[in-house]
Design a protein around this ligand. Structure first.
Ligand SMILES: [Zn+2]
Length: 445
């Protein structure tokens, strides 16, 4: 990276909640694979007279997520109409939140290359998803099954230095929402969508911030996240190098060329003419009500990882691997308590278990008792067959006269270790190395 420039990257991430019904009507929210326009009603089609009724589970899921991202959860919040004209919106506006979102000012710790870094969350709010447009040739088809599905938007501060940090953050966020059980967050299916805002700061001009930002859409896999950001930063630096300023616009990522292409000039917030949604009263919650909702909070992946490292002495790479999936991590915890009860190992019980589960790829539906007895069996000293050992010692002594001579003459006392190795090989590992050494010593003295 050219030292004259510093990328300024903030994220807008949309996550579809996995509620049964849509955000403001009773239509099923699970639209994947359904026949187009079958999960619709007058409310989500924006017909006159359709009245929105907010989905309580979606609101509680957003509260839980805000808490998991260490946000302040507002005791009052409301919904607003965000106006823009585009065919994917049946009403001509989207019900969203602007002034008073559900949650604000959060912090998410992440491990980046083994180091802890914190990223700030600006806000977490709830809105409805739009319909899906499919362009084919001259035609555009609209499917409103997705229209009205609860959608959480997470907006970060511009804290990211490069594409790698963005990718790691997104992966962590995906793990968090899956721990909470509030979303599937599958990028390939569009359950989780990333729109980074990217600009490049001229370091010399600090503290003056860039006068523009470019939003990139259509990034539908973790693979493309890094590529998109790297490409976009390079593109903007090139423009700045020519003494020009990049245009404020929305660009789309094109995975066939790994580049971004201009889509439209970017609206400012005032262009949306937000106004309070008159059909939905504002919400008020007490701290006690929030405590009840957040009592469903599981131990979060980052905290769990730290616990494995700090309390159990598990290597951090293994702790990270184990905590990426809640079911795997729960399985590890259960097996560990069984193994601890047996008291067969000293301090490194958790690492022994981690090695076993990770290296042997133990399926998480295995009976923990079985896992534990396998580990204990593996750790038992090998029984040595004395008869076989005598024969193996004889063969190795005959086959290696030089090493034997080196040892017996005192020229190289270490050559006994070579002979031990040869005997172990003959025994195919079914021997105790200490016993082998003793047998050789006895024979050669
Ligand atoms: Zn509906």
């Amino acid at each position: 990276m050219n030292k004259k420039y510093r990328p300024v990257i903030g994220l807008e991430i949309h996550v579809e909640l996995n509620t049964k019904s849509k955000m403001f009507c009773q239509c099923p929210a699970d639209y994947f694979g359904a026949k187009p326009n079958t999960h619709t009603c007058p409310v989500c089609l924006g017909m006159p007279g359709g009245l929105p009724v907010p989905n309580k589970t979606a609101i509680e899921s957003t509260i839980l997520l805000g808490k998991a991202l260490n946000c302040k959860i507002n005791n009052e919040f409301k919904f607003e109409r965000k106006h823009y004209f585009y065919p994917d919106l049946a009403k001509g506006y989207q019900i969203s939140q602007e002034d008073e979102p559900i949650a604000e000012h959060g912090i998410v710790p992440i491990l980046i290359n083994g180091k802890r870094k914190e990223f700030k969350i600006k806000r977490v709010h709830l809105e409805e998803d739009t319909g899906k447009l499919t362009h084919s040739g001259e035609e555009t088809l609209i499917d409103f099954n997705r229209g009205g599905v609860p959608l959480v938007e997470i907006v970060t501060e511009p804290d990211f230095d490069d594409g790698e940090e963005v990718k790691v953050f997104l992966e962590e966020l995906q793990v968090i929402v899956r721990y909470l059980g509030i979303a599937n967050a599958d990028m390939e299916k569009g359950d989780m969508r990333l729109e980074p805002n990217i600009s490049v700061q001229i370091v010399e001009k600090l503290p003056e911030l860039p006068s523009y930002k470019v939003e990139v859409k259509n990034i539908n896999s973790f693979r493309f996240v890094k590529k998109t950001i790297e490409y976009e930063v390079e593109r903007q630096i090139e423009i700045l190098e020519n003494g020009e300023v990049p245009k404020q616009e929305t660009r789309g990522f094109d995975s066939s060329t790994n580049t971004t292409v201009s889509q439209r000039s970017k609206e400012n917030a005032e262009d949306y003419r937000y106004l309070p949604e008159p059909d939905i009263p504002s919400f008020e919650y007490t701290d006690e009500e929030y405590d009840v909702i957040c009592s469903a909070m599981p131990e979060l992946p980052f905290d769990r990882m730290e616990r494995y490292v700090d309390e159990f002495g598990v290597r951090s790479t293994d702790a990270f691997f184990l905590t990426r999936d809640k079911a795997l991590s729960d399985f590890f915890d259960v097996c560990l308590s069984y193994l601890n009860e047996k008291k067969v190992f000293d301090g490194d019980t958790a690492q022994i278990l981690a090695n076993h589960i990770i290296n042997k790829k133990v399926p998480i539906n295995t009976d923990p008792e079985v896992v534990v007895s396998e580990i204990i069996d593996n750790a038992k000293p090998v029984e040595t067959d004395k008869g076989l050992l005598d024969e193996a010692v004889t063969r190795v002594i005959e086959a290696n006269p030089n090493a034997v001579d080196d040892f017996t003459s005192g020229k190289n006392p270490n050559s006994i270790m070579f002979l031990v190795g040869q005997v172990m090989k003959e025994m195919k590992g079914r021997a105790d190395a200490q016993m082998v050494k003793e047998a050789l010593n006895k024979r050669l003295s």
